[in-house]
Design a protein. Structure first.
Length: 271
């Protein structure tokens, strides 16, 4: 375990996660329900590791981006320093889209510092990006064994479990991420997507609303919120949210189409 996380464990409540920015890019994850598009993973460019709050990076998609920096030199000094150098190299390979090469580098770092949760976390990102879901799940689980309050690992593991159809376990990990970091907007959005898939639209609406309140520019969550309002026949609320999405992303065609359809539906119900 890195020194920073050991210190955090001694203090009790976890500090804000330390900039796991690697999960912010990749394809937009769209789910369909009754003709509506539901957004999961945000499309976002990766930034430098270190110091970013999860809501800044929108760490949502475990199959994308660059990894966390390892912060400890290790008790043996040389091995820890070498592992940190390998992690930096692996992060750069991830940014370049060289996922298999990044995984090999992280595997070597893991051999040198097997108790560093960030190494396992980064390896999970690389495996997920290659479509090796079971190995990614195992890596995130190991990171959580080493640091149970690792919010980003909970969030990313929840996404993979959701995609694998393991909704109950996905719920647990999204909620664990939120418990560790109560203002983790992307975890609320991901929880909403899982609730929606279970058919719990009202509960999903609450989760999307919370994500949108935590980050008013989080247009993916606001689009999901608009769709939820539309599914609940809260047409005026849906229209307001679609309009908000288009103020942020004016060219987002699904929101344009949904806004037009919802206005027509509202007008057809008017006396």
């Amino acid at each position: 375990m890195s020194k920073a996380r050991k210190d955090a464990s001694r203090r009790g409540p976890p500090r804000k996660p330390s900039g796991k920015v690697g999960l912010a890019v990749a394809g937009v994850f769209i789910l369909l329900l009754a003709g509506l598009a539901w957004h999961g993973a945000a499309r976002r460019s990766p930034g430098p590791s270190g110091g970013a709050h999860p809501n800044q990076s929108r760490a949502q998609d475990p199959a994308s981006g660059s990894g966390a920096n390892s912060t400890e030199s290790g008790p043996d000094g040389g091995a820890g320093a070498e592992a940190a150098s390998l992690v930096t190299r692996g992060n750069e390979l991830l940014r370049q889209g060289q996922f298999a090469e990044a995984a090999k580098v992280y595997e070597e770092a893991k051999r040198l510092t097997p108790e560093d949760e960030d190494v396992h976390y980064n390896l999970g990102i690389a495996f997920a990006r290659m479509g090796r879901q079971e190995e990614a799940v195992a890596s995130y689980r190991r990171a959580l064994e080493l640091f149970p309050q690792y919010a980003e690992a909970h969030n990313n593991l929840g996404i993979l479990l959701h995609r694998m159809g393991k909704l109950d376990e996905a719920f647990e990990h999204f909620r664990a991420a939120i418990k560790a970091v109560p203002d983790y907007a992307s975890a609320y959005n991901n929880l909403g997507n899982a609730l929606r898939q279970r058919g719990l639209v009202a509960e999903a609406t609450d989760a999307f609303l919370k994500a949108s309140q935590l980050d008013t520019n989080y247009w993916q969550a606001r689009f999901n919120l608009a769709n939820s309002y539309a599914a609940l026949d809260r047409l005026d609320d849906a229209i307001a949210e679609y309009e908000a999405v288009l103020r942020i992303e004016p060219d987002f065609a699904p929101a344009q189409q949904a806004l037009e359809q919802t206005r027509l539906k509202r007008d057809s119900h008017s006396p």
